[in-house]
Design a binder for this molecule. Sequence first.
Ligand code: FAD
Length: 512
Amino acid sequence: MTNIVIIGAGVGGLTTAAVLARAGLNVLVLEAQVYAGGCAGTFYHQKYRFDAGATVAGGFYPGGPMDLVAHAAGIERWPAHQANPAMVVHLPDGTAVTRWTDERRFSERRNAFGPQSDAFWRWQEQTADALWSLALRLPPWPPQSLSETAQLIKAGLGWLGSDPGQHLNPTLALDAIRPVAAHLAGAPENLRRFVDAQLLIAAQTTSRHANALYGAAALDLPRRGVVHLAGGMGGLAATLAKAVEQNGGQIKYKQTVTRLVMERGRPVAVETNRRKRFPADLVIANLTPWNLAKLMGDSAPRRLRSLPAQPPDGWGAFVTYVGLDATAIPADFTLHHQLIRREPLAEGNTVFMSISPAWDQARAPAGRRAVTLSTHTQLKAWWELYEQDRDAYETRKQVYAERLLDAAATVLPSIHEAAELMMPGTPVTFQRFTQREWGWVGGFPQTNLFRPWAPQLGPGLWLVGDSIFPGQSTAAVALGGMRVAAAVLQEQAVRDRVSQDITRLLPQVMEP
Ligand SMILES: Cc1cc2nc3c(=O)[nH]c(=O)nc-3n(C[C@H](O)[C@H](O)[C@H](O)COP(=O)(O)OP(=O)(O)OC[C@H]3O[C@@H](n4cnc5c(N)ncnc54)[C@H](O)[C@@H]3O)c2cc1C
């Protein structure tokens, strides 16, 4: 039986594992940490359960990405509680824009940005509707084989047939090659700023650079509904991990893969820091391309060997985990807030704050709440200071932590006094806990449709996670994981058919 080894129990790796195990394949997941989830994990510290990175969970609506994953992986239900509004976005001039999932969004946006913003939102919602209806047909983009090209054409034709009027819209074709900014010409400054800040978290870049199709779909997350997962975001990975095991797969924690052993251009085994060697006919790496290149050395495929030294325009995250006295939080306070203090965005000028729900008592001691504050940050400066001037690194860490708390204080004025615990984390911390090289997170900024990688890197070698299409976010990496599982299953089916044919034909061929 084919031995499939999946390196990493992030949401991408676990989705692939759960689907493949359900199809009866022999799946082993090796995870460096003691828990699953990676950037979307939840960790314990002093009786708190903090979301490490991701906090906003989307895609759980009927027919949405996580619903499809549940069907494919045999998950009965997610531990998910609907949240409406999805979040509140605070602009520098004090305007607060609530991102409702329902019709209240129309009047909210009109009040905040005026009637001249209607055209932008109409374009965004129509484009997103068209794209999501295509994305949920799971088109294998970019295609890597004849059969994937055929699937892509079939999905595209079905999509066109379902609403030809809208889908043959010439704007859609133009949007494939232009940025979101093309739809913001003459828009009020506050709308542009709002869109930029939302795109930064959803597409890893702002309206001048974000591809219009990606951007429209990314801006749609609040409208499609978000949920709070019991036990924190890690509840998602924990549910997937349970499904892997229930479907007959295995997960081994505290096994950091240190080498991929290749023979004649194919993987044959992986080795771990615990001096274990696991046979592997097929390896699926839930890793960044840079991490995989490091594990493979000279045997890496050309694409991995020709990577630039570092991700050219990727981001790191600076995060502060806060244990908070719950009296600092008003009743009925929305649990997610984006705080835009000034431009340029990032580096503490935009901060995302998520608070554990009051009903989720597993997240914090009685009378306390677990808060995650985060901001985008450049990687280089952190690593230079960490390697050359550890005192300056620690000082910068404190400065950033204060910046994040100051931003949070604009909506929770007593947060400084009510914080009983504060733990800052830099890209160095992210590298330590997720293994991701330089703490690079969020995948490739969504500047064009070809930016994210296709998953197959060579015979028996696949990539899954936020570096492949459709990119970052838990819902997106889960869709990417489904695509990889489908492609692997198809490859296996062809192989099985061929080997059955050979078994059938061999006696005839051998007959004298
Ligand atoms: C600060 C921050 C905020 C975010 N906010 C959101 C949000 O609100 N909503 C949202 O949907 N998304 C959000 N995201 C993005 C989302 O978290 C990621 O896109 C997604 O979780 C990435 O999943 P992945 O499958 O690529 O794997 P990763 O999360 O990168 O996980 C990879 C796993 O592989 C393991 N691993 C790595 N190397 C090895 C090795 N050599 N051996 C064994 N195991 C290894 C790691 O320990 C890890 O568990 C956020 C990300 C960050 C950093």
